[in-house]
Ligand binder design. Sequence first.
Ligand code: SF4
Length: 224
Amino acid sequence: MSRKQQRIANKLATQEHATQRRSLALKVFDEVDALVDREVARSIARGRTPTCSRGCSHCCRQEVYVPRAEVEAIVEWLESSAPHLIADLKIRIAAWLSWYRSQYPRLVASGVSRRDAFYAHGPQCPALVDDACSIYPVRPVFCRTHYVVSPADACRPEGDPARSDAPVQSLGIFTKTAPIATRLRALVESQGSDFNGTVHLLPEWLAHLLDVEQQPWRGARPAR
Ligand code: SF4
């Protein structure tokens, strides 16, 4: 095989691998949703109704780490089903990255915990619009599995005068969906990649795959 033929073969294999990852990520989203529906119904039957609902977005300030495969599915959905969202999303991603590189290290250096830096001081997820997830059909597994059964005000940042008690996440859904999400790891590793190396913050992956920046994870930052 000539070098040119080899390059073409490599390119086709790369494209095929990406197609496989996107396809499996969508299946994982569906299966996670089915399991979450069952667990939520079971919890309601036990008298513990989740309080999460549209319009409540306290949890969309967290560090959301995602594997590349999930964000590939998000970007394909944006490009095929919601291209009108992309321009403004890119602006919010750039603003998020600016905060992450400037304010975030200062907060952590001053003694604020990483969690509080995000939760109490950070910008909301760039995908959040008017307190609703603009990429809801393809939101990451992490977001699909995050439920509380405590009052919504319990999810406000510590120090917020409207905060009631600490939030209660008693459903354990994230743990129960782990075997489903683990199939993405198996696929990525079968393609020859280190799965953990494909995990970055959601805004970083979005920046990379939407061409806001090629290497948004560059430069020094506090360790995870
Ligand atoms: S992807 Fe959607 S649900 Fe997840 S943190 Fe962002 S806005 Fe919230």
